[in-house]
Structure formats: C-alpha cells, structure tokens
Design a protein around this ligand. Structure first.
Ligand code: TXA
Ligand code: MG
Length: 332
C-alpha cells in the first residue's frame, strides 16, 4: 500500500471519509500530536489500529468527535464539574473519561466500562470529524513505544505502507498529548498530564487530583505503565541539578567516539555551552511543542541523547517531564 500525504481540502476529505466508511485508517492532525483514526463503531477497523501500531491490547483508545457532536449518545453520568471544564477548555487538548453507554466497539476501551472523549481544536481535525460525522478512535500515529508524531512527515516515517492516507495539517503547535482526565468520580483526576494543567482544572472544577501510577498496581489509564515516546537510540536523563554530571558523561562519550547530543532547554544550553545540542527553546509551550520533533531529529544524528530536565517543574512542565522520563526509561 502506498501512503499518500494530502493537504486538507474537499477532495482529501472525501477520500478520507471513503477510507473510514470502508473500515480503513487515516492519519489526522490535531493540536497536540497526529493520530491514526478509525470508525469507533467498527470493531475490525479499531482492531486494525492496534495491529498497525503494535499496540498492547489492554491500552484503550480515545474517541474524537467534532464540537457539535452529541456526546450524550456515547457516554452518561456527566458531572457538573465536567460541564464547566468542557465549557472552559473544549475544543482543546483535554480528554475526558466518562461512563460509557457501550455504543462504540468494545475494542475501543479494551473492556473498560468507561470511554475517553476528545474534541480537538485543530481546524483540520474539526473539518475531518465534521465531514465524517462519526466518533473516531485515534491513538497517536507512531509505532507503539516510539516518539509521538508532530508532523505529517513523522507519521509517514513510522507508518509508510501501513495506512492509505495522512491528512497534512502542518506542525502540531501543542506538541505533547492531551491531558487525560477521569471524570467518573466526585473530583476530577488527571490520568495523564498535558497542556491543560492541574491548576487550570482546579480553578474551574474547584479541585483536581493527579493519579500516580505505582508499578504493579492496577493502572487506571493503562498507557501509563509502558515505556513510551522513546527515540531509536540510547538515552540518558539527568535532573537539572545534575548538569555537571551530564556534561561529564557527554565529554566521556565523545572521547570514546560516541556521537552524543545534549537535549535541553535554551537556558541550560547557554549554561553548558557544548557543541552538540538539541535545543528545546525557552518558554514552557515552546519546550512542549519542540520535545518530540527534537527527539526525532536526535535519533537521526545521535548515538546517545543525554537529556537534562528543565529547572522548572510545574504547570506544563509536569507533562513534559512525564514524557521525557518515559522516553529515557530503560526496560519494556
Ligand atoms: O492528544 C492526544 O490525546 C492524542 C491525539 C491523537 O488526540 N492521542 C493520544 O492517544 O495520545 P494515545 O492512544 O496515544 O493515548 C491515549 C491515552 C492512553 O494513556 C490510554 O491509556 C488513555 O488515554 N485512555 C484511553 N481511554 C481510556 C479510558 N477509558 N480510561 C482511562 N484511560 C484511557
Ligand atoms: Mg501514544
């Protein structure tokens, strides 16, 4: 199968809809990362997503809908705080988990009685979702465990030959995946941190907790237990306080003939002043936006990426640190 990349226009939307209605899978842009989407009512189509990505079959998918879709046909028991959050942040990078009505294929939620719903703000994503007018199950469009894609080219690099069409909506400005929020309890609980931060949620909902996954415990959001977002080269990670150690490691590796690069924010880059730098930029949003493209750039040129965590650890940086530590994690 040849994978085509097409700008989003009437013709490519017609093609995309045809593919979806025939049980196929389409690469789609969102404001966070690119996804690969299939009709959430079609079990075979949803199962093919897991095959294409090599995704573990206990890691549920998010369903994407356009902003006027009646989500009450898919989920129930929406608490008042969730209505306030939806008003404040949707369309946008916030995925909300509710009790499912069991209308979409069981393959979407991998047997859980909940369903994660996302209404992306990306204009191209909205146009596509409106045009197909179906709930679209879509994980990030990377091969499982690899770095998430933030451009159509990234999707092509991972999935060329495995999907028919990628809708090109440019570079994703958000850069890290949506915040996943459990809205089935009295208080919202963040299952995966992202651009909509705990403070932002607490301000609207009154309170917000953050779920911390402990090894061996039942995962509320099964995706959290896997190594993830990882470049295809060796990685090491250092906390900001360990800058000197990181630079020593870099110099030792260079001396051994290893092509090492330091991945860090602009402030750190100025402090360490080494030659091989993958610079993530300065502001929180810039760092989030560049994280995956720099990891993908790094794996092409480096044998070893040495990541130095940003000094700031709150707000959007919680999500960045979560991705960075998983990208650099050893193990499965
Ligand atoms: O920004 C995003 O959310 C991107 C774009 C494409 O929309 N999508 C994305 O999907 O990141 P994926 O499949 O890579 O991550 C989905 C996350 C996983 O951690 C999964 O465990 C969690 O959402 N999830 C999905 N359904 C869930 C559910 N019913 N309950 C708890 N967690 C759920
Ligand atoms: Mg993913």
């Amino acid at each position: 199968m040849d994978t085509k990349i097409k700008q989003i226009d009437e013709n490519s939307l017609i093609l995309a809809k045809d593919i979806i209605l025939c049980g196929g899978v389409v690469g789609i842009p969102t404001e966070t990362v690119y996804g690969i989407g299939a009709n959430a009512f079609d079990t075979a189509a949803v199962e093919s997503i897991f095959k294409i990505k090599g995704r573990p079959n206990d890691n549920p998918l998010i369903v994407h809908v356009h902003k006027d879709y009646d989500i009450l046909t898919l989920v129930k028991d929406i608490p008042d705080y969730a209505k306030l959050l939806a008003k404040a942040f949707l369309p946008g990078p916030l995925t909300m988990v509710y009790k499912s009505r069991g209308k979409v294929s069981e393959a979407v939620s991998c047997g859980l009685d909940t369903l994660a719903i996302r209404i992306p703000s990306h204009e191209g994503a909205q146009n596509f979702l409106k045009f197909v007018n179906l709930p679209i199950a879509a994980p990030s469009a990377n091969v499982s465990k690899h770095v998430s894609p933030t451009s159509a080219e990234h999707v092509f690099n991972d999935l060329n030959g495995k999907i028919e069409l990628i809708l090109d909506g440019g570079k994703c400005v958000g850069g890290i995946e949506s915040t996943v929020l459990d809205c089935t309890g009295k208080i919202p609980v963040i299952l995966r941190s992202g651009l909509i931060t705990r403070d932002m949620i607490a301000q609207v909902a009154g309170d917000c907790r953050e779920y911390v996954y402990k090894e061996g415990a039942r995962a509320l959001s099964p995706g959290m237990k896997y190594k993830h977002y990882s470049p295809n080269c060796r990685t090491l990670m250092f906390f900001h306080e360990e800058i000197e150690k990181a630079v020593k490691e870099y110099n030792d590796e260079l001396a051994k003939g290893v092509k090492a690069y330091i991945l860090c924010d602009d402030n750190t880059a100025k402090l360490i002043n080494v030659e091989n730098v993958l610079n993530l930029g300065s502001t929180d949003n810039e760092i989030a936006s560049n994280l995956y493209s720099k990891l993908r750039e790094g794996e092409k040129i480096a044998e070893l990426i040495i990541a130095v965590a940003p000094e700031k650890q709150d707000g959007v940086m919680v999500g960045v640190m979560n991705r960075l530590s998983k990208a650099c994690a050893q193990g499965k």
